[in-house]
Design a protein around this ligand. Structure first.
Ligand SMILES: [Zn+2]
Length: 281
């Protein structure tokens, strides 16, 4: 691979992605320990990522042989509210049963306004996120379009709203289609209007239960997101540090939390906490 220079070394965090200004593609920073590397500047260059074999819990920093829930040691995975299943399935929130793992954390994270959005990552999908996580969440998913449609008072209530939408719309991304760039643009405003009309009685029932103010329709404009990709892969091969600790190839693109190399793709978020060295030509 020729001479490579070490750009960063440390435990991985998910990449920091900023929307591009004025029609520019998104901007990616690789993060290892307290180091940051501009990945857009590495496009078209040979890169090598090497996992040392060490993993540190992203919450407590202790060494762990295995990563749970993308970056936690087992004790943190069992103890933290953010690792509980009710974060993935907010409608199963059990705060009012008095069994929340960390009620103070929940007050700050779950009892805050959440946004229900439509996005186009591999076709139409619905999702929820805390208001402060827009547009990071969409960039992390590799969405090319997004539209906030409702603001909901709490995470649990947004989970009930999402359940309703899931009768009509997917809530998952087909990551292979997303990475191949095989995604047709959608008219998200028309989709919103269609869905709100179709789910009107279900939304009315939720408002009756939680109050009129709990679920507000947003008048937002759709957002278009673009990614720095020189060439989309035609076939998707996944790299995995657990199987092979050295990943190398020419960096062809960045989309969602994936690096697209000419040798395959790697979802860096999956390896949060892994001690990795990044080198580039
Ligand atoms: Zn831990």
């Amino acid at each position: 691979m020729g001479e490579l220079t070490t750009l960063a070394s440390g435990c991985l965090s998910k990449m920091a992605i900023e929307p591009g200004a004025g029609g520019e593609p998104a901007h990616y920073a690789f993060r290892a320990g307290d180091q940051r590397v501009d990945l857009n500047a590495c496009l078209g260059r040979p890169v090598r990522l090497t996992w040392s074999g060490a993993i540190a819990c992203t919450h407590c920093g202790r060494a762990t042989k295995k990563s749970f829930a993308q970056g936690y040691c087992y004790p943190c995975f069992k103890k933290l509210a953010q690792c509980d299943t009710c974060i993935i399935k907010p409608e199963t929130c059990h705060f009012f049963a008095g069994t929340c793992r960390e009620p103070a954390w929940a007050e700050r994270h779950c009892f805050q306004p959440h946004v229900v959005y439509l996005a186009n990552s591999s076709g139409l999908k619905v999702g929820i996120t805390r208001g402060t996580q827009v547009p990071t969440r969409w960039l992390d998913q590799g969405a090319i379009q997004a539209l906030p449609i409702l603001e909901v008072a709490t995470r649990q209530q947004s989970g009930f709203v999402e359940m309703l939408f899931k009768e009509e719309v997917a809530d998952r991304t087909n990551w292979r289609a997303m990475l191949k760039g095989e995604v047709e643009p959608l008219d998200l405003v028309a989709e919103r209007d269609r869905l709100l009309a179709r789910l009107d009685s279900g939304l009315a029932a939720l408002r009756e239960r939680f109050g009129d103010e709990a679920i507000r329709v947003l008048e937002a404009a759709p957002v278009a997101l673009d990614y720095p990709v020189l060439e989309f892969p035609r076939k998707i091969v996944s790299h995995n540090f657990d199987k092979r600790p050295v990943v190398e190839g020419t960096l062809m693109g960045l989309k969602g939390q994936y690096l697209i190399l000419d040798s395959g793709v790697i979802n860096l978020r999956k390896f949060t906490g892994y001690e990795v060295t990044l080198e580039a030509a």
